[in-house]
Design a protein around this ligand. Structure first.
Ligand SMILES: Cc1cc2nc3c(=O)[nH]c(=O)nc-3n(C[C@H](O)[C@H](O)[C@H](O)COP(=O)(O)O)c2cc1C
Length: 322
């Protein structure tokens, strides 16, 4: 099981929080573009905390040599996997010819993957859609996988819906094109030796476990893991990985963030940069709204620090019926 790459969401602070809830789930970075790393020298985008392992770097790009350089930088930084984004439909990304538009160019994706594999020891994986626009997904998806797998790439994460490159916003492209889980299952039948993960619309551990029991090798969860991290992640080690870990409480997780917050503030960071990812910690639980409110009202104020976490927990406790 993994937590999906999500721009502006799965930054290092978010991943540190998620890691407190699951020891085993693989965590993905936001997409980092190869031009930003290689031409822009934005190496700070690769920073992560050692506790985040296992952690995968997602790259965006379509130039094999540049992606190879970016993959090398990622491997040197210590990432456990380098993933290529072949699923993102945003305009900005299309203009740079990367993301979902590459579903139309499996040969180029294969060249990119081969170039990346040639320079790193860690697995190079691909996150793709089932197709784009008017492509026949039944036809193009197996062709795409076969072509890219011919490089030796044996791990794919398939977002089980098409991307429509014209007329839908990136957000709509995560909801409107219908999910086709059957097609992903068929790919497992066609390519039994590949490690195939399904992504898209998975909201519970039960649903994730169902896919694994049905024969898939992995499940990637995005929005649900972000918005209800406790519900989706805290039970994952036991339910999905069969690990014998003591389940903590969301209060423990909030408190465990405090040393991390202290370190971030000491190095000049702002509280809000971390607490914005903690809003959903008590989602669906008594006091969850109050928690959100106290954090969102207080975190951007001058001098805000860990006292706000204690205050929010105290306010929630006071609000509980005796
Ligand atoms: C805010 C946001 C940002 C995203 N950014 C990326 C990204 O950088 N790279 C990527 O491959 N997918 C990105 N996605 C798509 C997710 O990785 C995932 O494929 C999609 O949300 C479907 O999974 P879900 O239904 O479990 O959320 C993003 C999704 C969201 C909600």
């Amino acid at each position: 099981m993994s937590v999906a790459p999500m721009m502006d969401w799965t930054d290092r602070h978010c991943r540190y929080l998620h890691r407190l809830m699951t020891r085993n789930a693989l965590l993905y970075t936001e997409m980092v573009t190869s031009p930003a790393l290689v031409r822009g020298g934005a190496l700070h985008l690769l920073d992560f905390h050692p506790d985040e392992h296992p952690v995968a770097l997602q790259l965006g790009g379509s130039d094999p040599a540049e992606l190879a350089q970016a993959a090398r930088l990622g491997a040197e930084a210590g990432y456990d996997e380098i993933n290529l984004n072949v699923g993102c439909p945003s305009d900005r990304v299309q203009s740079g010819t990367f993301g979902a538009v590459l579903m139309k160019q499996p040969g180029l994706v294969a060249d990119c993957v081969a170039a990346m594999q040639a320079v790193v020891q860690v697995p190079v994986t691909v996150k793709c859609r089932i197709g784009v626009d008017d492509q026949d997904a039944q036809e193009v998806l197996p062709e795409f996988i076969a072509r890219v797998a011919s490089t030796g790439c044996d791990r794919f994460i398939i977002h089980a819906r098409k991307a429509w490159l014209q007329g839908l916003s990136p957000k709509e492209n995560r909801d409107i094109p219908p999910l086709d889980y059957d097609l992903v299952m068929q790919m497992k039948g066609l390519f039994p030796a590949l490690h195939l993960s399904v992504n898209g619309g998975v909201t519970t551990l039960e649903q994730a476990a169902g896919f694994l029991e049905a024969g898939l090798d992995g499940v990637m969860i995005g929005r649900a893991a972000y918005h209800q991290p406790w519900d989706v992640l805290a039970g994952a080690d036991a339910r999905i990985f069969g690990a014998d870990t003591a389940t903590r409480d969301p209060v423990d997780i909030a408190l465990a963030m405090i040393p991390y917050i202290d370190a971030h503030l000491s190095s000049g960071g702002r509280l809000h940069q971390i607490t914005r990812h903690m809003m959903g910690l008590f989602a669906g639980r008594p006091g969850g709204r109050l928690w959100r409110r106290v954090l969102s009202e207080g975190a951007s104020q001058k001098g805000a620090g860990p006292a706000l976490i204690h205050a929010a927990l105290a306010r929630m406790q006071e609000a509980q019926p005796a």
